[in-house]
Design a protein around this ligand. Structure first.
Ligand code: NAI
Ligand code: MG
Length: 358
């Protein structure tokens, strides 16, 4: 298959981890006889420096013409005192909006060699492997009115959804469950919120299209508790924008390491922007210390969700797991009796393992 990928390295370690993931993607292309072409564009602080705006027109155009986008991270102290229209994160919010990326997917998976890094007990987090599907362009964060009233003595925010917006995110969750463990937990607050009642109705309707998938409803407060007391009961969680924001940060403590968490933000046509959850880490930028695994795992998500290359995606994920099992790690991870290596070497180990996997 032939695919064109736009790289948005951004700032700080963004350039290092994006370049690592690009090398892994090139190795996958070679192994599986695909042709991946790459084009790099500026976003964030580097774009402000080079073009006077965090999201140049040329970057948006290139993304719209690509098959998928891989982003590093944006931001750094250099731009912290800029006026708001010249802030690096404006580039990130802008590109998500331009591309209508309504579905945010955050997988959380514990790697056995890293379980001690979680503040939770090993027996609780062991074997946890879940995917949070968060609605990203609607709900409480985008509803209007959202304003102060009565001379600042009252305030209103609005949780609004069109049925079609709920349908598309719920369907995306069921699709994801079909290639995972066929279990969907829909999280809401249907005992209180009208929007959640409609959310439940839509889930009940759409589940008919996926008879193989086990579906359950859970109230968000109970879900918050179960996520850290019995995470292995979850496979796919689908939920409203703000609930998803909170639950996905909560779920990230299961793995205990920021350098390991990938994400995808998708539109209606499975076009997606893939990025690590972490930021630009200015404290370690340019020193070869960055953990490339979150971005490499984001590249695996790209193969799975945008290119339907499930076998290729699994090959990357299994190489990452093997590398950690063998004790290889960057300085941010602490593996007892492991081999501490730099970004480049970590990437090479993953590539060697994915090539020898049979
Ligand atoms: P951060 O995620 O960049 O760093 C937090 C800590 O984790 C640092 O000690 C860093 O060295 C470490 N770390 C993060 N990723 C790592 C990796 N791959 N390998 C090894 N260590 C890693 O968050 P922080 O420090 O709050 O923000 C730094 C800059 O990044 C800020 O300008 C912030 O606005 C931006 N940022 C950008 C995001 C994005 O582009 N999506 C997300 C979060 C922050
Ligand atoms: Mg958040």
């Amino acid at each position: 298959m032939k695919k064109h990928i736009v790289l948005l390295p951004g700032d700080g370690i963004g350039t290092e981890v994006t370049s690592a993931a690009k090398t892994v993607l090139a190795a996958v292309a070679e192994e599986f006889d695909h042709t991946f072409t790459f084009e790099s564009k500026d976003i964030g602080g580097i774009a402000i420096d080079n073009h006077g705006t965090p999201l140049p027109q040329d970057t948006t155009e290139a993304c719209k013409n690509a098959d998928a986008v891989l982003l590093g991270a944006v931001g750094g102290p250099k731009w912290d005192n800029n006026p708001s229209h010249l802030r690096p994160e404006k580039g990130l919010l802008g590109i998500r909006k331009e591309l209508n990326l309504f579905a945010n997917l955050r997988p959380v998976r514990g790697f056995s060699n890293l379980l001690h890094a979680s503040p939770l007990k090993r027996e609780v987090v062991e074997d946890s492997d879940l995917l949070i599907v968060r609605e990203l362009t609607g709900g409480l964060y985008f509803g209007t009115p959202s304003e102060r009233r009565n001379n600042g003595q009252s305030v209103v925010d609005t949780l609004a959804y069109e049925r079609s917006e709920i349908e598309r995110i719920v369907r995306r969750a069921f699709e994801a469950a079909m290639v995972r463990n066929k279990h969907v937990t829909s999280v809401d607050k249907a005992n209180v919120l009208e929007s959640s009642k409609m959310w439940r109705e839509v889930v009940e309707e759409i589940k008919q299209e996926y008879p193989e998938v086990v579906t359950e409803h859970m109230l968000v407060d109970a879900a918050a508790m179960k996520l850290i007391t019995s995470p292995t009961q979850f496979d796919v969680i689908v939920t409203e924008n703000m609930f998803g924001d909170i639950l996905s940060d909560e779920a990230s403590v299961l793995t205990g390491s920021l350098g390991m968490l990938p994400s995808a933000s998708l539109n209606e046509k499975a076009f997606g922007l893939y990025e690590p959850v972490h930021g630009s880490a200015p404290d370690i930028a340019g020193q070869g210390k960055a953990n490339p695994l979150a971005t490499i795992l984001s590249a695996a998500m790209m193969l799975r969700h945008s290119f339907s290359m499930d076998v290729e995606a699994q090959r990357i994920e299994s190489a990452v797991k093997q590398a950690l099992d063998l004790g290889f790690h960057t300085p941010d991870l602490d593996i007892q009796d492991g081999h501490e290596v730099n970004t480049e070497k970590m990437t090479e180990v993953v590539i060697d393992l994915l090539k020898t996997d049979t």
